[in-house]
Design a binder for this molecule. Structure first.
Ligand code: FRU
Length: 488
């Protein structure tokens, strides 16, 4: 019964009960992927911030473990990262046991500073470092450290924010305990007035042997769909500071939907060829996160994504982020329905007579960017004859936009900022648009043209709103596959 509620995501991580926000400390170690997260152990609203913990052997099926790092007195455990200290630079290791080290923000009402804790049993139990904090600038807002090992100069790197100054600071350390400041990054063109949860990660450039550094930033406000979201910069990293090569004034958004925040990437992933970085985000928006109508839990993670870059030829001449759901999700795909043709009425008919039901599925659409709008209505309330619930995903060829309209998606009135239609710019490739759409009980994630754009949105339909209906005359092929639940 734990994972059976009407709005319980069936193949996304959510906690058994209570509130979660940002993913923290994403790290792989010895056969396990660790997902820590901002967690309130005693309530369904934000508070008592503690690192919750879940593990997975395949990045898809998760097992929730007891909370990892609890708040202590007035000090809450805010967002941060985990590293595997293989050579025991920190000295936290004992008897040959490799320490997993968490670097997080200790948050007091009037001060935020950076702290360490370590685990010698694969993240199950944690000891706070006796000499915390490791960096204290006597600031009220100073948080969200992301730490990684920088191989070329053999030291640890931290990127951490002064959120209200929109400034990222860089530090280096030989041992995770003593840190020296090495640089700063700010960007006058960011539309946000607050930055949170930074990440700096090297990713492969498609079709080349090149790798570039991507700086990911969560924007506390002024994201394209309204409220919070994410942007990125592309450049170089020299071990001391990030050298931005993105042109000023060009906005680079990670996701165009309403619900994509605080995504960071995994540390210590096993090297698998030229595979990209892997990120997980919090599927929510600060505008209404504490209002969403789920119980007894509140908060869901997005699907893990692989990040790569594409080098766009002149005149665009820039690196663009490409995101795809990780290939590990493929085994979840089950029964399928396939169609090619031009007659959408016939498609809808054959779909209606097909037994492929269920409320969790994956869709792949090939569209010809025709003159009329084209797309699909999912989670449609069939009994209501077009007047009921539906979430509409489509392409507007005149404006060259992919959109998700959730204004009639189900419960929308719990907060006025929730409703709406959200768009992402997308140009046809050889006259075609392809959309990959992941529908879960309470979300829709859209990937356009091989991950050029993504649109992530929550929805809260009635359980009986299960219809799928296509519209418009540009549709050329459809593939639908059921997605199996990850919960036993
Ligand atoms: C982002 C954030 C972080 C902070 C954490 C506290 O959602 O505000 O900046 O570390 O949440 O829960």
């Amino acid at each position: 019964t734990t994972y059976k509620q009407p709005h319980r995501p069936q193949y996304h991580f959510s906690p058994r009960a209570n509130w979660i926000n940002d993913p923290n400390g994403l790290v792989y170690y010895d056969g396990e992927y660790h997902l820590f997260y901002q967690y309130n152990p005693s309530g369904i609203r934000w508070g008592h911030m503690t690192w919750g913990h879940a593990i997975s052997r395949d990045l898809v099926h998760w097992q929730e473990l007891p909370p990892a790092i609890p708040e202590e007195g007035e000090t809450m455990i805010y967002s941060g990262s985990c590293v595997i200290d293989k050579t025991n630079t920190s000295g936290f290791g004992q008897d040959g046991r490799v320490p997993m080290v968490a670097i997080y923000t200790g948050a007091r009402p009037d001060n935020q500073s950076q702290h360490l804790a370590y685990s010698l049993d694969k993240g199950r139990t944690w000891t706070k470092y006796a000499s915390n904090p490791i960096i204290d600038l006597k600031q009220k807002d100073f948080r969200d450290p992301k730490v990684f090992w920088y191989e070329p100069s053999q030291h640890w790197v931290m990127i951490v924010l002064l959120p209200t100054d929109r400034k990222a600071l860089f530090y280096k350390s030989p041992n995770l305990k003593v840190w020296t400041k090495t640089g700063e990054f700010t960007a006058a063109d960011s539309p946000a007035t607050v930055w949170e949860c930074p990440d700096l990660v090297e990713v492969p450039v498609d079709g080349t042997i090149e790798r570039k550094w991507v700086l990911l930033l969560s924007m506390g406000n002024n994201a394209p769909a309204g409220g919070s979201g994410m942007q990125y910069y592309v450049g170089r990293f020299n071990g001391a500071t990030f050298i931005n090569e993105s042109k000023p004034g060009e906005q680079r958004y990670v996701d165009w939907g309403k619900d994509y925040y605080a995504a960071i990437t995994f540390n210590n992933l096993p090297r698998r060829g030229n595979r990209g970085a892997i990120s997980i985000g919090w599927m929510n928006n600060l505008q209404y996160a504490s209002e969403i109508p789920t119980t007894p839990f509140r908060g869901t993670m997005t699907l893990p994504r692989e990040l790569r870059l594409a080098k766009m030829p002149a005149p665009i001449a820039r690196y663009e982020l490409r995101q795809q759901p990780i290939q590990e999700l493929k085994p979840l795909l089950g029964a399928s329905f396939q169609w090619t043709g031009t007659d959408v009425a016939q498609l809808n008919q054959s779909l209606a007579s097909n037994s492929l039901a269920g409320d969790t599925y994956w869709l792949q659409l090939e569209l010809e960017a025709a003159k009329t709008g084209v797309g699909v209505r999912v989670k449609k309330e069939e009994a209501a004859q077009g007047k009921g619930e539906e979430t509409v995903i489509g392409y507007d060829p005149a404006k060259q936009l992919v959109y998700v309209d959730r204004s009639r998606s189900g419960q929308v009135a719990f907060k006025k900022e929730f409703t709406g239609r959200f768009t992402a710019p997308l140009k046809p490739q050889n006259g075609r648009i392809s959309l990959q759409i992941w529908v879960d009980r309470s979300s829709v994630e859209v990937f356009g043209n091989n991950g050029e754009i993504t649109l992530t949105n929550q929805i809260f339909p009635k359980p009986e709103s299960r219809g799928i209906e296509f519209f418009g005359d540009g549709l050329r092929s459809v593939l639908i596959r059921s997605v199996e639940p990850i919960w036993k």
